[in-house]
Design a protein around this ligand. Sequence first.
Ligand code: SF4
Length: 719
Amino acid sequence: IPIRAAAPGETPATCPYCGVGCGVLIEHDGTRITGVRGDPAHPANFGRLCTKGSTLHLTAGHDTRLLYPEYRARRGEARTRMGWDAAIDVAAQRFADVIAEHGPDAVAFYISGQLLTEDYYVFNKAMKGLIGSNNVDTNSRLCMSSAVAAYKATLGADAPPCCYEDFDHADTILIAGANPAWAHPVAFRRIEEARARRPGMKIVVVDPRRTDTAAMADLHLAILPGTDVWLFDAMLHVLLRDGLADEAWIAAHTEGFEALRAHVHGVSPAVAAAVCGVAAEDIVTAARWWGEAPAALSLWCQGLNQSTHGTHNGAALIALSLATGKIGRPGCGPFSLTGQPNAMGGREVGGLANLLPAHRDLANPAHRAEVARLWGVDSVPSEPGLTAVELFRAAREGRVKAIWIACTNPAQSMPEQALVHEALAACDFVVLQEAFAGTETAAFADLVLPAAAWGEKEGTVTNSERRISRVRAAVPAPGEARADWRIVCDFARALAPRIGKPQAAAMFAYASAQAIFAEHVASTAGRDLDITGLDYSLLEGEGPQQWPFPAGAAVDGADAAARARLYADGRFATPNGRARFVVPARALTAEKTGVRYPLALTSGRLRDQWHGMSRSGKVARLYGHADEARIELHPQELARRGLVDGDLVKVSSRHGELVLRVAAASALRHGMAFVGMHWGRRALNSAGINLLFGGACDPLSKQPELKHAAVRIEPVELP
Ligand code: SF4
């Protein structure tokens, strides 16, 4: 199988950081990764990499890796080295003991959007097909579940309808709750280039902060936190008032518009301006630029998703595309940017507590029966599993007794961190399947299983534009580390006879990641994401492909053009083919600022760090952009408190407190504060910034409000 555009000694893979999904060529000598370059043949980046991607080889050393399994039989003891066979036996027996005594819903998997699609598939199958519970959820719940719920509510399927090429065709781009300049840099560069080529193009950014993305916008709407729905409703009000809605298209292709029309009738720009804290005329300008543009594209990410009304934030934004018929053609549509490298793949295989493989719904009896047939099991349980926040609450209450955590660090990354720590301490048995040593979660683990990392694993990932890429191993994993899918399958085969299902061991007799992918492919037949035309050979020979890719589809020509954008024919994935308008709740943030906690704290990605820094934190040069955790406030907010840049302050919320250095940032509104999301125990006097955030969730998506906490700051008196 030819390796595209790779020289001898180079192995193609994708970047394991953000959802842009850039192609990377790994330079190596067969045992050691020595360098990286962008893959010129990969359509996500055409050879480009950002600061994080271009330093990936510097993260590949073994110094901070977990090299062999470790176990402790009793809490308080140190873990000691154990062989793989014994480790798998211990894991299986202790899970079996909990299941026997408390039932299958007393165990849970908490996994990660960093896993490959094949890893995700077997985790999901092990919980829902073998154990008989739906308690498998993922850190993708913290970033993308609101977008999933919004797509399904409006367009009928969890399918981002756009592609990166749309940046080149859009006349107006509305970027809401996203800072691609830092979080999706290669995609952002493409937007910048498109604007340079097309001087009339307008960019509108909706963000409480003046981020680097907002700084390049033609119009920055610095709305107050949580007021997004009001803004989008007012924009729709203007579109209707000024005759910029496409009434004929609405009538032909949608339903539910009259209710939304009535809903936005009273939300004039003046009304919304008072709520959002922006000028009414700027709302009018944004609406007109959207309505008058031949092609208009919206991009969104965590700023909308991480909200107690994240689903409605997304639905209200999608309504702008539907009301103007700007979807399904070049430069048009609502386009959620994925945070993690394979949150999309996890969604595709149904690796969340409320989903089933190939976009099937757990709530649908026919879908459960289909999956049971595919897996060769009697049934798939109907009771929804515990979502991320619910899962740790259940563990603290003693309802979940054993938890298996893979490739994520909830002791740092979850909100209501104190509760999460109590939950992990309360569990009878905690397994951590991880590549890197010393994460905050490792302190709670009874059994640690060393996993292979980027550059050592075979599989696939899907990026934000529905493009599936092959990921390849360039070097062997260090020590005794193993591929994630293999660890799960070994565990499942050992567990099956212990829970009275010896014949189910055969469900996990995969010889390779490729065999798992083939089963995943087969499960998609006839579904909206049908990829029955794909296999590893095609992905390796022809390069990454967007879905759907049914059997017989061509990699180029009209088939490729049809895959680039969904819904070009105006038929949507709903039962009657019509897109649905949703009347959004006009809630604000769940947590209110007030006298005790007067500042609205928001968090976000820094340009050069990734998640909890277990990978990017190894690279010295990535600290050049931000060398320590700081809480940013407007300079006048600092002056008012008698603080100067660099002072130490105690930051308190209703959920916890920690000490940080302050930084002056005129990018922030008065009354707001910002902190990078990445900093954990190594940089702080606590396990992580999310200590300050509560666990209030969107009732539809179950995504927590990680973009907002009410806090106060007080000077720290140094001895
Ligand atoms: Fe990696 Fe994202 Fe940077 Fe591309 S833009 S190199 S995927 S971090």
